[in-house]
Design a protein. Structure first.
Length: 665
């Protein structure tokens, strides 16, 4: 079996191998294998017995809630870790209502509560005695956290906080898993004591009765309805208002700041603790988005290695497999390389942040939190931009059949493109990266921030002298790639400094700078991983190196903004060698490594959940049998409307008769 057809074999269960364990990580692979085994034996998780796109939204959410209940049972009976539980949620592809329980609710309890508070509340969350959410975003403000309007006013006489929504725009909005599910929410509100305001703090607020699920007095909640593209169907986003809702003083999260019974405010020792909530979510996104893109690439690969269309050579008898066309592989192979970078480098960011989190919870040392904040903001913007638009590129590469709901691309796109705006609109939160660049450039403090270490070269441009670039092979040298990425980045930084000093609005240009920053950070992380592999003389170093080169050249040759191309000063001849080098790497991967990489990732039929990637039937059979034949509108499914259609076809006759009758009068 040749390389281009071997990849069409979709495994029913994960296949273990050295390359696979490297890509997934040994522990994650074992967890994934265990989860898939549990899912295979449980019909509630079946993705083929129910045609989800044909269900009403309410029915899809009901199914998601039942899946959430079953996952809770599995976690408690099988002693799954919190990490394994969250990975199981992702494997359902449906963003279940229980998703925030550990991802943001419990993580905030652990990081922001005092030890005494945690002893009470953390076990309740871990046992699912309470269902949690995190209420920050409001109708009037999202990314601008300082603009939030919800208030928490301290009542000394009753030793309570009174939570209020003073305006319509202060309504907590887009609050995940709150429309129907959550019983408690960590509410971000402006603390007011004796008429003085102390900024935003976190308050654990009960929003539903535990015995009945009815709303607590003074709490008003609505479920938001459908999202764009029918995305996030398993998430009951809520709109929530508070009308004099009272909570005990003990439910203000008090690890860093406290209010004493007499109203004394004890401010946090380090204001940087406020980074924590969003850093945690964005650290998860840094890796998870890459897996979303990889699934889309895998589905597109399986389909394009099956589909035949036209003949490249007029003399050939059979039509050409579409993956052989440059128009297809030049779209898919760079996305495979970029998704691999997102996953491998994202894993490094997440591991480092988890280790640091465990340390600062114990020691209270926030010294590195600003750097992790910067890393994860940059990673959030970078990874979600590439993934959201990459999934849509995969769909288009599959032609018309990619538009069918059963191809899975619609679900993938709807559940990934939202990340471009949640946890902050990329064009808004992305400004934090240039802002940090400017701050540490002016303060000459970039040396203490690994993410910004490249600024030292802007101070001494002689460190960025152009290497020799005369042939395609020169672009495969890490030294040349690094120079090009840093040169482009330094020119954009210089432009940002000049524009800022001139008082220009940089809110649009900042996005290009943030993406260029991401290109370099991910290249650097990928290059470090490759160096480790080459030092170990690993057997699969060749495909990883080819992916590394495809990543580097694709982000240089196909920039995310037109301004990125102009920021890299190359001659016409050098641009040509870059273009040809990229084409050669794509050809090498397609011919020698593409099937091996897809096989190593080894996504199962359950994970891909696409009619274009079935293990027991080809895409045509799956689309016909699962789509056309099973459609609720096929056969006699719409027979109740047949009389109307017949009557409509006779309408012309009745109208003509009526007109004729009127004419006689």
């Amino acid at each position: 079996m040749d390389k281009t057809t071997r990849g069409r074999q979709i495994p029913k269960e994960p296949i273990e191998g050295p390359f696979t364990l490297f890509l997934w990580g040994e522990e994650r692979f074992k967890r994934r294998k265990s989860i898939l085994k549990a899912f295979a034996a449980n019909p509630i998780f079946s993705k083929t017995s129910v045609v989800v796109p044909s269900l009403a939204r309410k029915d899809v959410w009901t199914r998601a809630a039942l899946q959430a209940r079953e996952l809770i049972r599995l976690k408690l009976t099988e002693d799954w870790s919190h990490v394994q539980f969250m990975e199981a949620i992702r494997l359902t592809d449906n963003m279940l209502p229980v998703q925030p329980q550990f991802r943001i609710f419990l993580s905030n309890l652990e990081r922001q509560m005092s030890d005494e508070q945690k002893a009470i509340w953390a076990p309740k969350a871990e046992r699912f005695e309470i269902f949690g959410s995190y209420a920050q975003t409001e109708l009037g403000h999202g990314s601008n956290v300082r603009g939030l309007e919800t208030t928490a006013t301290f009542d000394k006489e009753r030793d309570e906080f009174v939570i209020n929504s003073p305006t319509l725009s202060s309504t907590k909005y887009w609050i995940g898993t709150t429309g129907v599910w959550a019983t408690h929410s960590i509410v971000v509100a402006r603390l007011i004591v004796d008429g003085e305001e102390y900024g935003n703090h976190l308050f654990l607020t009960q929003i539903r009765e535990l015995d009945t699920q009815r709303l607590m007095p003074g709490v008003e909640i609505y479920e938001l309805g459908p999202k764009a593209f029918q995305g996030m169907l398993g998430t009951d986003n809520g709109a929530m208002q508070f009308h004099n809702v009272r909570i005990p003083r003990s439910q203000m999260l008090a690890r860093n700041a406290q209010v004493l019974q007499d109203g004394t405010y004890i401010k946090p020792k380090n204001e940087k603790h406020s980074y924590g909530s969003m850093v945690t979510v964005r650290a998860i996104m840094a890796e998870s988005t890459g897996w979303d893109l990889l699934k889309a690439v895998a589905v597109a690969y399986h389909y394009t290695t099956f589909r035949k269309q036209f003949r490249k050579d007029g003399n050939q008898q059979e039509e050409t497999t579409v993956i052989e066309y440059a128009s297809v592989k030049h779209r898919l192979v760079p996305l495979l390389a970029q998704a691999t970078a997102l996953v491998l480098v994202g894993q490094k960011i997440k591991r480092a942040y988890d280790e640091y989190t465990a340390d600062y919870i114990k020691t209270g040392d926030f010294s590195q939190l600003e750097d992790f904040h910067l890393q994860t903001v940059g990673a959030k913007v970078y990874s979600t931009e590439i993934t959201g638009h990459g999934v849509e590129t995969c769909r288009i590469a599959c032609g018309g059949h990619g538009y069918h709901a059963l191809s899975g691309f619609g679900r993938m796109y709807a559940n990934s493109i939202n990340a471009v705006t949640y946890e902050g609109d990329n064009y808004v939160v992305g400004q934090q990266v240039p802002r940090a660049i400017l701050k540490h450039w002016r303060g000459k403090t970039e040396g203490s921030f690994p993410t910004l270490s490249y600024l030292s070269k802007l101070r001494d441009r002689s460190q960025l002298s152009m290497p020799e670039i005369e042939s395609e092979q020169d672009w495969l040298r890490p030294k040349v790639q690094r120079w090009a990425l840093e040169e482009r980045l330094m020119n954009l930084v210089q432009q940002h400094i000049e524009d800022t000093e001139a008082g220009r609005d940089t809110s649009y240009a900042c996005h290009a700078l943030t993406m260029a920053h991401g290109d370099f950070v991910y290249w650097k992380g990928f290059e470090e991983l490759l160096s480790e592999l080459e030092g170990q003389q690993t057997a699969f170093v060749k495909p990883v190196k080819a992916l590394f080169n495809a990543f580097a050249l694709s982000v240089l040759q196909n920039p995310h903004h037109a301004s990125l191309a102009s920021a890299l000063p190359l001659s016409q001849a050098q641009h040509k060698t870059l273009r040809l080098a990229k084409s050669a790497v794509i050809e090498e991967i397609t011919t020698n490594h593409l099937a091996d990489v897809i096989e190593a990732y080894g996504f199962t039929e359950f994970e891909l959940d696409s009619a274009l990637a079935r293990s027991d039937k080809n895409p045509y059979e799956a689309l016909f049998e699962e789509g056309a034949v099973r459609s609720e509108m096929s056969g006699n499914g719409m027979s109740h409307l047949w009389p109307m259609m017949v009557d409509t076809r006779n309408m012309w006759r009745r109208i003509e008769e009526e007109k004729a009758g009127k004419a006689k009068l």
